[in-house]
Design a protein around this ligand. Structure first.
Ligand SMILES: [Zn+2]
Length: 456
């Protein structure tokens, strides 16, 4: 039973919390070259900690940037599954420093929250995982699963060398499933399973007319206006019902099942209009705002510019106009294919009298989803509920987490996102903090989770 493990965490709470504070005190700001040796120090800290608690093999994997900490534990037995645990030990810069109520690298507890840069994102959550491994080792002599640890030092600067490392070292990182603790719950103490992320793609449309801005009195009526041409093209891509009218856009979209719609319905969710100040919400016809944000693809014009934008009037026909478009995609959609569909639509919609060019954005990502009733997910939901004493809600997110897509794409394994952050943690901002009751209950969740893998 897990009692012994939980008792260990209680009895050693002060010592473990001090250890976490030691980890948080290291100024591992990955973007700032002045902190290069601090970043390394954080990697060394993890290496020593993992070695100390009894991992079998540790390695600091060098990259052209900051190193990655690898460690392996393989004493759980042949029949036990192997989990790949991913996290990051680097942190965001602290500016503006004067807004911090306490030093970002002198961790301080106030009103039940631990204040420090990285307390939530992601050192605190990484440490919780390692402390639970320690508790298992010290009480049971083993962890119920074999573990491969991958903790990188470049997440906050775009994980520049992670993909290559995961690609090159597939043999050492390969596992049956992955666990990531670098996300949050929809509300404090509301157990949350994040089981889907959106993909991403984008294009830029440029409309060129005359080779310079023209006098509208002299040429209006003879020359097509690029701004207007662009407006026509954009209007032909999505209608007033928020339905994308690009041929084939929805072809590969995985339909939203009734079961999932029910799941989405149970999430308390925010009042989008109230939270944003918009007069009302607008979602794809046939879907609620929650359904559209979580589980349906979107098409956004992120920026458009062309012509005179200063005060007063200027009677011109502008030489050119540009629009930047990105789409958030759902499972089934191939970002490259969607990009081609967008381009084909624009090419067809381009009116005469202007030259229309489409630039494909380089950045693209596939959507990710694990079935909410996957046994690994169910175990996680049950563990959350047991620790927090509350039903777990299931959500999909409009954003993307690159590492999730990479692990999925390279290793084809299920990924369980066990996040414990809260919306009030102020990630990347001054006064980042993490609630200590989430810290305790989060570790309890992990104890129950790993417990489910114990062989009978
Ligand atoms: Zn993070």
């Amino acid at each position: 039973m897990s009692d012994q493990v939980l008792n260990y965490l209680t009895e050693n709470r002060d010592r473990l919390l001090n250890k976490l504070k030691e980890f948080l005190a290291i100024q591992s700001i990955s973007t700032d070259s002045l902190h290069k040796s601090d970043v390394r120090q954080a990697a060394d800290f993890l290496y020593a900690y993992l070695e100390n608690i009894g991992f079998d093999q540790m390695e600091i994997i060098e990259t052209p940037g900051h190193p990655l900490v690898f460690a392996e534990y393989n004493q759980a037995g042949k029949n036990a599954p192997t989990v790949l645990f991913y996290g990051h030990y680097d942190v965001q810069p602290v500016d503006p420093i004067e807004e911090w109520k306490s030093d970002p690298f002198s961790p301080e507890v106030r009103d039940g929250r631990l204040y420090a840069r990285g307390s939530s994102d992601d050192k605190g959550q990484v440490f919780m995982q390692l402390a639970v491994f320690e508790a298992y080792m010290k009480t049971k002599g083993k962890i119920p699963v074999n573990v491969k640890v991958c903790i990188e030092g470049e997440e906050e600067i775009g994980s520049e060398h992670l993909y290559q490392t995961l690609y090159d070292k597939k043999d050492i990182f390969e596992a049956d499933f992955a666990v990531i603790s670098d996300s949050g719950m929809v509300a404090k103490n509301q157990p949350t399973i994040l089981y889907g992320l959106k993909g991403f793609t984008g294009i830029e449309i440029r409309v060129d007319g005359p080779d310079h801005d023209l006098h509208s009195g002299m040429y209006g009526g003879a020359i097509r206006n690029p701004n207007m041409a662009l407006a026509h093209i954009l209007a032909s891509m999505k209608n007033m019902d928020e339905v994308v009218t690009v041929d084939g856009f929805y072809d590969d979209v995985e339909p939203l099942s009734d079961a999932e719609r029910k799941l989405i319905e149970t999430v308390a969710g925010e009042d989008y209009a109230q939270a944003t100040g918009a007069p009302s919400t607008a979602s794809e016809k046939g879907y609620t705002a929650k359904e559209h944000t979580m589980a349906r693809p979107t098409f956004e014009v992120n920026g458009m510019y062309g012509g005179y934008q200063g005060e007063g009037t200027k009677t011109i026909i502008p030489a050119s106009a540009t629009a930047k478009i990105t789409c958030r995609l759902v499972p089934g959609q191939d970002p490259i294919k969607v990009q081609q569909l967008l381009k084909a639509h624009v090419d067809k919609a381009a009116p005469s009298g202007v030259k229309v060019t489409v630039k494909k954005e380089k950045l693209s990502a596939n959507a990710y989803k694990v079935e909410p009733d996957h046994p690994l997910i169910k175990k996680a939901a049950e563990s959350y509920t047991k620790a927090f004493g509350k039903e777990t809600v299931y959500v999909r997110m409009g954003g993307s987490i690159p590492v999730v897509e990479w692990i999925e794409g390279l290793y084809h394994i299920p990924i369980v996102l066990l996040g414990f952050g809260t919306p009030e943690d102020r990630l990347h901002s001054p006064n980042e903090s993490f609630p200590l009751d989430s810290y305790d209950k989060g570790m309890e969740t992990l104890v129950y989770y790993w417990e489910t893998f114990t062989e009978n």
